[in-house]
Design a protein around this ligand. Sequence first.
Ligand SMILES: Cc1cc2nc3c(=O)[nH]c(=O)nc-3n(C[C@H](O)[C@H](O)[C@H](O)COP(=O)(O)OP(=O)(O)OC[C@H]3O[C@@H](n4cnc5c(N)ncnc54)[C@H](O)[C@@H]3O)c2cc1C
Length: 422
Amino acid sequence: MQQRRPTSLHVCVLGAGIVGLATAWQLVQDGHSVTVVDSAQAGTGASAANGAQLSYAYVQPLADPGIWSQLPKLLLARDSPLKLRPQMDPQQWAWGLRFMAACRASVSAGTTASLLALAAESRAGFDHLLAREDIDCDFSTTGKLVLYPDAASFAGARRQLALQRSLGSVQHALSPAEAVAVEPALAGYAAQMAGAIHTPDECAADCFKVCRELQRLLQARGVRFVFDTPVTRLVRRSGRIDSVETPAGPIEADAFVVALGAGSQQLARPLGLHVPVVPLKGYSITLPATAAAPRVSVTDVARKVVFARLGERLRVAGMAELVGHDRRIDPERIRSLLGSVREVFGEIAPATGVQPWAGLRPATPTGLPVLGRLRGSPVNLFFNTGHGALGFTLAFGSARRVARELGASLRPAAAALAACSA
Ligand SMILES: Cc1cc2nc3c(=O)[nH]c(=O)nc-3n(C[C@H](O)[C@H](O)[C@H](O)COP(=O)(O)OP(=O)(O)OC[C@H]3O[C@@H](n4cnc5c(N)ncnc54)[C@H](O)[C@@H]3O)c2cc1C
């Protein structure tokens, strides 16, 4: 049974991805009782097989002035990591216009500063969990190398490094030879890079395993999980949400947190709320790691592919497709990821045991997540969504922020009610 303080609330968290579960964890730490609802099982959405990088110091948003010079190649190349399927959806077009506006240098720099602050809070939150609990998730702190193919992109990266350093990040610009000294598995690729940015204390972990461990810890603390149950409607009465509708019947609570990833917008729309989140599809493969596989996380900017070591496995992820909610796995994309492994690290991929995956990043135009109450939203409805390519990295920080806002706005009323009935 969950212990409830007089001022504690019953909070219903919608979504059992890394963001919803981290939120549930924080709410339990704050003394609330929690129910988590998901249309599937814990960690089976975008959190299932993502790039695995905890990218605390390297948060450059996709909406960046550098995107314009890359766009012709990204749109025209046959094997481009970017794919757009424009739809007759005004929300998608509005998102595109806001994305273009967010690419201005001043907006992008402001976004970077906000993301770095949130990432630092998230690192503190996840480190606290790892220090207190026995979490089996292939966690490592082996650092990260971001590889740049030419002088122009490396010069841009050094400018971003200067900005991130001024905001507290510890990072170094390396020559190709220095990058190979940090990760010898890159020896055959040195001629293809102009340089690399090294962040020595960056981490990696298996996001799915973290989700399953959080589920275990939360269940042990009495949190109720309602799985395989889609939420079909938020029911508003007198300026509040009093329940959510599901095929298994309504679920009532004092407060609700929407952490539905790429599914967040559909549920908010009937309330007249606009959540600027679109699904940005990506792919990954997970392979058994041979002795020659890298130990340091690597991001290859030329191919827009990330590599992370997870114990005895290597995770490789990439691609960004604006194609709606289609989660089908295109075999061509899997071949392309395997090709990237070969080009960057040589013949390290085994012939069998490759696990393909596709998932939908919940992407906002700026890259900043949607946290807390929205303008015009019911008093007890909070959002924690839109983390794009950084949801694993930011989950514990945004959980703290949303739980703080929820407690600050609803606890005084709960305390007054408890005092009246005492
Ligand atoms: C290819 C790829 C690589 C990535 N690499 C990284 C990385 O290296 N580092 C990083 O930090 N991030 C990375 N990300 C981003 C990260 O995976 C996401 O931002 C994060 O998983 C989002 O978590 P979430 O909990 O918001 O969404 P999800 O994990 O998608 O969870 C949402 C949950 O809501 C449920 N749901 C949806 N609609 C409903 C409904 N109506 N009713 C009930 N339940 C519903 C779903 O079943 C799902 O379980 C990557 C993403 C992709 C696709």
